[in-house]
Design a protein around this ligand. Structure first.
Ligand code: HAM
Length: 423
């Protein structure tokens, strides 16, 4: 019996992988423009990092984390997200002492969540994310949001909606928390077991419960915006002002709470409005997390970031019918006929490749016609034909596949001529 790929995972094959590379490169280019530097952290971490960081009442930690004990008895988890890891590294490497502040980082790599797979939801998915640590300037919130939007726009997405909210500071959140408990408590027995457990521990989590989302008390729940103190309101207003100054369109949605515990102040999501995108419309999520560095054992440091999955980004591109300018064709295909010519082709291929010319030859001992077919399939710009006779005359026939023109080129001038034509 053949072995199946694990549920919720996928192979990304040649033909598709170029799209992944293209979007990752575009995101990296924009990170460079915004001066975010790459960080790479391990794929597994101590489980405690996420129970403390993401929060032990969240779905991610309670239901979705891949945890295991290693041979030394340590409890480890495949990372379900990147923020906690980046913060752990920020603390461990004492980046708060770096002269360049804030520390602006980006990352990309696989994340793991034991979720029910469906369109746009995988158990292994690739997140691209950024984190800016060390600044509490609302301008950095606006920068982070605009960076996310510019990645999508640069790739050609148009049907986007940026939704923002403020979860306020600790004071505002506590006042809101009390209001939520009072709101849900009288009828909490109508909610699922998880919500009942969350009522006292973390009532905000009730608002993103997938099971109870249609309960009438959800729609009438007190909004955080009514509980923002002056400082929090002022902060939120500044973020909005900066976004307007940058012509970044957004909507305020007071019900947006996000599924991770570390957020305060700015929280946001980017959705796709594209028809046929599917049930899950969130492309990107992020927000501010001013207490997280302390929670992970570092000095009080504010932070903000976002992450999106490449899977959902590609799905949005497809839903909007946006093609990526990916050129899969090669520069040169070498067709060889005859034993000597075949041997010569090996050497010639090596020489042109050293010059950076993307090139290929036949390895299946194909006939002339089939070699030309292979050249077509490779979408080569030029095809070089070498036969034993041509070799004797020190010549190679070069065909321009766009114009169909052919010319004879002296062996010793071949590489330079092809390079010239390609440049
Ligand atoms: P999150 O909302 O849990 O936030 O995930 C962010 C994004 O990851 C989602 O918007 C979605 O694009 C993608 N994603 C999540 N789960 C899946 C899945 N099962 N399959 C495919 N894509 C998925 C975070 O992870 C935070 N760390 C974001 C952040 C960074 N906040 C501050 N800094």
């Amino acid at each position: 019996m053949s072995i199946q790929i694990p549920r919720g995972t996928q192979d990304i094959l040649p033909g598709d992988v170029e799209k992944w590379q293209y979007v990752e490169e575009t995101a990296k280019k924009l990170c460079h423009a915004y001066q975010y530097k790459e960080i790479r952290t391990p794929i597994f971490e101590s489980s405690e990092l996420f129970t403390r960081g993401v929060g032990d009442t969240t779905d991610i930690v309670q239901k979705e984390m891949y945890m295991f004990e290693d041979r030394g008895g340590r409890s480890l988890a495949l990372r379900p997200e990147g923020t906690a890891s980046v913060v752990r590294s920020f603390v461990g490497n004492k980046m708060y002492g770096n002269p360049g502040q804030p520390v602006k980082l980006y990352y990309s790599g696989p994340m793991f969540r034991y979720e029910r797979p469906q369109a746009g939801r995988y158990r292994q998915f690739v997140q691209f994310g950024v984190e800016a640590l060390g600044s509490e300037d609302p301008a950095i919130d606006a920068e982070v949001l605009s960076l996310a939007m510019s990645i999508y726009k640069e790739l050609g997405l148009k049907q986007l909606k940026l939704v923002i909210n403020s979860l306020g500071d600790a004071g505002s959140r506590n006042a809101h928390r009390e209001a939520l408990i009072n709101h849900f408590k009288p009828r909490i027995d109508e909610f699922c077991g998880d919500c009942q457990n969350r009522l006292e521990k973390n009532p905000l989590r009730i608002l993103d419960c997938k099971k109870d989302r249609d309960h009438e008390l959800m729609a009438t729940a007190p909004s955080i915006l009514e509980y923002l103190n002056d400082e929090s309101r002022d902060y939120f207003e500044k973020v909005q002002r900066y976004l307007k100054d940058m012509d970044v369109e957004f909507e305020v949605d007071p019900t947006l709470v996000r599924g991770l515990d570390y957020y305060n102040h700015t929280a946001f999501e980017i959705m796709s409005n594209a028809e046929g995108f599917g049930a899950i419309t969130t492309l990107c999520g992020g927000g501010r997390y001013n207490g997280l560095v302390e929670e992970i054992g570092g000095p009080e440091t504010p932070g903000i970031g976002f992450a999106f999955s490449i899977e959902r980004l590609l799905a949005a591109l497809e839903a909007e019918g946006v093609g990526l300018p990916i050129n899969e064709g090669i520069d040169l295909f070498i067709v060889a006929l005859g034993e000597e010519a075949k041997d010569y082709a090996v050497k010639l291929l090596h020489t042109v490749r050293k010059e950076g010319i993307s090139s290929e030859k036949d390895y299946l001992d194909r006939k002339l016609k089939a070699q030309f077919k292979a050249a077509d399939r490779s979408q080569a710009k030029y095809v070089a034909v070498i036969g034993d006779d041509e070799l004797k005359e020190n010549k190679i026939n070069l065909k321009d596949m766009t114009t169909g023109e052919q010319e004879e080129i002296a062996l010793e001038q071949f590489v330079e001529t092809v390079k010239g034509k390609l440049s």
